[in-house]
Design a binder for this molecule. Structure first.
Ligand SMILES: Cc1cc2nc3c(=O)[nH]c(=O)nc-3n(C[C@H](O)[C@H](O)[C@H](O)COP(=O)(O)OP(=O)(O)OC[C@H]3O[C@@H](n4cnc5c(N)ncnc54)[C@H](O)[C@@H]3O)c2cc1C
Length: 406
């Protein structure tokens, strides 16, 4: 039996899946999973979907059944924050001062909601969404609000706006971009989301920033940078997330927009690994480091890091994948497009049943299937292949995606 101790900091999806994998792979030393939240590990996507709507109960969100951890001899310690790492001594320091030794350490500390740096942002009625309790509170607040103002038109802002409308609230959305999700999807596909929200009755204030949040004792509205007052007594701020890399930074690990790792998810400290939202990991397929905040990345990188902690030496090279559901419009996205020169649609975007492809130099760098559910594998294969495609054939529904692989 191994006398080694593997410690995982961050008891959420990446951390919990890593712990599971250590046992699956036969590691029989000590596994300690440390998390500052009160809940055992759960998945966050439903916090801005079914759980927020009240249609999906908490027990469907947990990564594992309550007895899984004890059953697999995993020491899960919730409500336990790690306050420091000591790589030299191979120890972590817990909030009560206890020091815990490790042979290998995984940082799965995730990300946190970016705070809004404007006047009035600390007023009651201004809220963020990252945790289960925040989603619970938000549902109640939406139900009691005269109008919900969503600041930010990224994934969380857009999904919260959709849920709030579905819960019957009046909703305004304010964002600096010309269309929702513009930074990730670009103007063409972002316009589909703009029209969707407008059709569902969201009062859109796009291409404008926020000057301040108005109110004396509580939020009463948002003043946009063009001087408009958007009234509302509940302000949901969804302006992105920041990696929780502070422990690593303080301990002297290499950090830059997350904890830097090699393709094996190993940090600049040989016995410390990182996975999930916090990891800015070298990606062999892209030939550079990428950090993505996607459910599938946490799901797969946690296990990949665990295997490498056991010596597998396998590079993590999955093509990124994420999904979103807003109203009755669902989509999946495969790839990683930061720059492209063309977007090609297959199907009419106005029908809200279509595929979209982002092309760079004739290669598909990402593809999305919206309300079409049998094409994701074909899209992923195209992205992986790096094949140069004929745009007309790509747009033609009669051409099987497999024929374009080259
Ligand atoms: C509302 C919402 C909706 C989302 N919807 C989607 C979606 O539709 N599709 C999609 O692909 N992705 C979605 N995501 C993203 C997805 O949930 C994340 O990518 C995923 O949660 C990342 O998992 P993680 O384990 O890396 O980090 P996290 O889930 O952030 O977990 C990190 C954990 O570490 C803990 N922690 C941090 N520091 C310490 C410390 N010092 N000591 C102890 N514990 C610590 C944190 O409290 C947290 O519990 C959504 C995220 C949110 C918030």
């Amino acid at each position: 039996m191994s006398t080694q101790t593997f410690v995982i900091v961050g008891a959420s999806l990446a951390g919990a899946k890593a712990a599971e994998t250590l046992r699956e792979e036969g590691f029989d030393g000590r596994v300690v999973l440390l998390g500052e939240e009160t809940e055992r590990p759960y998945e966050r996507p439903e916090l801005s979907k079914g759980f927020l709507l009240g249609t999906k109960p908490a027990d469907k969100l947990y990564v594992h059944a309550a007895d899984f951890y004890a059953g697999h001899d995993i020491e899960l310690r919730t409500s336990t924050a790690v306050t420091a790492l000591d790589p030299g001594a191979h120890e972590v320091v817990l909030d009560g001062g206890e020091r815990l030794g490790y042979d290998r350490l995984l940082l799965a500390t995730g990300a946190s909601s970016r705070r809004f740096p404007v006047a009035g942002a600390d007023l009651p009625g201004v809220v963020y969404l990252r945790r289960m309790g925040e989603s619970d509170d938000l549902r109640t607040a939406i139900q009691g609000a005269s109008r919900v103002v969503v600041v930010g038109a990224g994934w969380i802002g857009s999904e919260v706006a959709a849920c709030a409308r579905m819960l019957g609230a009046e909703v305004s959305m304010i964002a600096p971009e010309a269309v929702p999700l513009e930074r990730v999807l670009g103007p063409e596909v972002g316009a589909v989301y703009r029209d969707l929200h407008a059709d569902k009755g969201v009062d859109l204030h796009l291409s404008t920033g926020v000057d301040r949040i108005e109110g004396t004792d509580a939020a009463t509205g948002v003043r946009t940078s063009d001087g408009t007052l958007v009234e509302g007594d509940l302000v949901v701020v969804g302006i992105g997330a920041a990696p929780r890399d502070e422990l690593a930074r303080a301990a002297g690990l290499e950090v830059d927009n997350g904890v830097l790792t090699d393709e094996h998810l190993r940090t600049s400290e040989p016995d410390i690994y990182a996975a999930g939202d916090v990891a800015n990991a070298m990606h062999p397929f892209y030939g550079k480091r990428i950090r993505v905040e996607h459910w599938a990345n946490a799901l797969n990188q946690g296990p990949a890091a665990a295997r490498n902690m056991l010596g597998a030496g396998t590079a993590y090279s999955r093509v990124p994948y994420f999904y979103s559901d807003q109203y009755d419009f669902g989509m999946e996205y495969n790839g990683y497009a930061t720059e492209w020169d063309r977007v090609v649609f297959r199907g009419d975007p106005a029908s809200r049943e279509f595929l979209a492809f982002w092309l760079r130099d004739g290669q598909v760098v990402a593809g999305l299937n919206a309300n079409v559910w049998d094409q994701a594998d074909g899209i992923k294969a195209l992205v992986r292949s790096g094949a140069r495609v004929d745009a007309d054939r790509l747009a033609d529904p009669a051409v099987d995606l497999g024929e374009l692989l080259g």
